[in-house]
Every structure is written in structure tokens, then in C-alpha cells.
Design a binder for this molecule. Sequence first.
Ligand code: ADP
Length: 263
Amino acid sequence: MTTDIRALGIDVGSTTVKIVGVDAQGNLAWSHIEPAEPRIEDQVTQFLERARAENNLDGNIPLVATGYGRGLVTQATRKVTEITCHARGIFRELGHGGTLVDIGGQDSKVIAITSKGDVIDFAMNDKCAAGTGRFLEHSAQRMRVPLEQIGPVALATTAEVVISSTCTVFAESEVISLLAHGASPESILRGLHRSLIKRIVAMIRTVGLVSPLMLSGGVAQNEAIRKMLEEETQTPVMLPKHPQLMGAYGAALMGLKQDLSGL
Ligand code: ADP
């Protein structure tokens, strides 16, 4: 059975491309996600063809683009920043103001959201991979730990190695050296998580922490991130059902509003 999709949102990230369809009530009704390809325009065209075929859509449906590569979505009826879209998606799903932390593959953001869902401040790190998914991913690959296991493996121990390198490239060399000196992959991974969390907490401090903390982005699927962020801030952390889709979802919601207001 196909759902009646009224608007689409596409989030062209640096690591993955996400597309979401919403129904007339703004429910997340359809989605698709793939790793980002070098030819973004071709990939976006394929995503749209897929969305149309799987949902029997006509060509006039609103399409809002967000993410790092939104400028390349020539088919978009509107382009909106990730900050606005993540805040929109998360507010609709969790119904809360507070401090949102979005950790993606190559950037991270902290967004202050009012109790009415408006963005009042944000901080963004897109210069340094150390506060992003890539930081964990690269070192985990070295230790042959698959992506989905990064969090569970880090939580499997209480032993924790201190990682002194703040740069992803140096951290990778440090990991190799630690392994050679007999440190366990579990304790190293836990230390890497701690290092990432400390960077995120420093960003949270620049914006100010208003409880609850909320998480979005692909890295939010890592259970250790949620647990250690709670530990480090002594603040509850809330997760949406599909954290990686929150940008695309927020974009689709904006398309729906555009449709309803007849713009
Ligand atoms: P972007 O929007 O920047 O392209 P995403 O929000 O899609 O990035 O997040 C991608 C990142 O999420 C990947 O780099 C990966 O490290 C991380 N990720 C995805 N799933 C998991 C998981 N189950 N555990 C840990 N990290 C994950």
C-alpha cells in the first residue's frame, strides 16, 4: 500500500544522502538513504525517480533541499539550511525545546531551540573531523570494528585509554601505537568516544545547555554517544526514532507548509 506523500525533503550530506516523504499530517511516511556518491546531481536525480516510482508522485510535489550539497539540487522548490531543518524535524518529533546536538559524518552542530521550536543560537564545527563521525569511523576501521559495533564495543568495558591527539590523523597513529603496546580495542574505542564527547561538550558550552539534550545525525545511532553524553553533562538525552533522517524530515515539513500556504 502506498501512502499519500504531499512533500519531499532531501538532505545532501557530506557522507550520506537522505530523502523523506511526509503525508498531509506531516508524518514521516517514506524514506531512503545511501552513501553520498561523487556525482551528487546524478544521485539526486535517481533519488527523485525512486521517490516518484515508489509513491506514484506527480512532478509538482514540493521538494525542499538541505545539507552541505543542497546547492546542487536544481530540482528543489526551496533550499534551507541544515540548522533550520534539523531543528524543525526534531521539534516536530520530540515536541521539545532544549539543546540539539547533530553529529554527522564530517561536521557537528549544537542548536538552541526555544519551547516554540524556534532556533535562537547555534555553533557549528565543519573544519575539524575530530568532533564528527569520521573520527570514530577511521580508528574503528583500523581495529576492524564494524560501524554498527563501535558503540557496543566501547560500552563493553569500563577501562578507558586517554587519547591525547586532538586531530583525526594523529589519533589514528596513536591508536596503532596503543594497540602495539597491548591496549585493548575496547578501551581504545571508549577513549576515542570520550575525546569526541569532550569536544561536543565544549561546543555545547559556547551555546549554553538547556535541558533536555536532543541528538540527531547518523552518529546519534551510536548508543555509547548517548550514554557518555548523559554521563558527561549529567543531563538527560532524548533521541528521535530516526535521528539520521531529521534534516530531511524537517525539510519535507517545510515543503508541506509551502504547499499548504499555497506559495
Ligand atoms: P552527513 O549528514 O554529514 O552526511 P550523517 O548524519 O548521515 O552525515 O551521519 C553519517 C555518520 O554517521 C557516518 O560517518 C557514521 O560514522 C555515523 N553512523 C551511522 N550509523 C552509525 C552507527 N550505527 N553507529 C555509529 N556511527 C554511525
